[in-house]
Design a binder for this molecule. Structure first.
Ligand code: IMP
Ligand code: MG
Length: 176
């Protein structure tokens, strides 16, 4: 099966929006130090682009989680595959995630991180599919709401491919 890719959000629009998000973050965290937690692997490209436009002091940490399921249906069980290197106590923490889909992952993860007593804990996501939501998640900084379509690029993969595309695309399976 060949895969056709169409552009959903072009590179310039993605980057422009990330700059706007960074500007808002710079305002909100003025005079503070920000601890960015990137969710591997998908959040990496977004986090890098965002961090380049943040002007308050930034520290970085990384976490990898997986939700069990067959890919299309998540079981609701979330496992921490790689935990953070540093403590969160007293820090202004911002989670950076590629996309909020069912909401299951972050709905589980946020209370877990809250228990580690950060000064504050907020979520920043590049994309959200509100039509797919099963669990409520409070997104403080959102790039784009998108329709219920499987997207790739800017960190998002289809079978581990396409993460490096500099735009948000949609995969169309072409049965030939
Ligand atoms: P949630 O727990 O259902 O919100 O799922 C979050 C994770 O599913 C994201 O961090 C992505 O890794 C993955 N995901 C959800 N939708 C897409 C998509 O359209 N393309 C690629 N990955 C996706
Ligand atoms: Mg992810």
């Amino acid at each position: 099966m060949a895969e056709k890719i169409s552009v959903l959000i072009p590179r310039e629009k993605v980057e422009e929006r990330i700059q706007e998000m960074a500007a808002q973050i710079n305002k909100d965290y003025e005079g503070k130090q920000l601890h960015l937690i990137t969710i591997l692997k998908g959040g990496v490209f977004f986090a890098c682009e965002l961090a380049k436009h943040i002007t308050v002091p930034v520290s970085l940490d990384f976490m990898q989680v997986s939700s069990y399921g067959d890919g299309t249906k998540s079981s609701g069980i979330v496992r921490i595959k790689k935990d953070l290197d540093e403590t969160l106590e007293g820090k202004e923490v911002l989670i950076v995630e590629d996309i909020i889909d069912s909401g299951i992952t972050l709905h589980y993860l946020m209370p877990v991180l809250e228990q580690r007593q950060p000064a504050s804990l907020k979520l920043c996501a590049l994309l959200s599919k509100p039509d797919r939501r099963q669990k409520e998640v409070d997104i403080s900084y959102l790039g784009f709401n998108i329709p219920d379509e499987f997207v790739i690029g800017y960190g998002l993969d289809y079978a581990q491919k396409y993460r490096n595309l500099p735009y948000i695309g949609v995969v169309e399976l072409d049965e030939e």
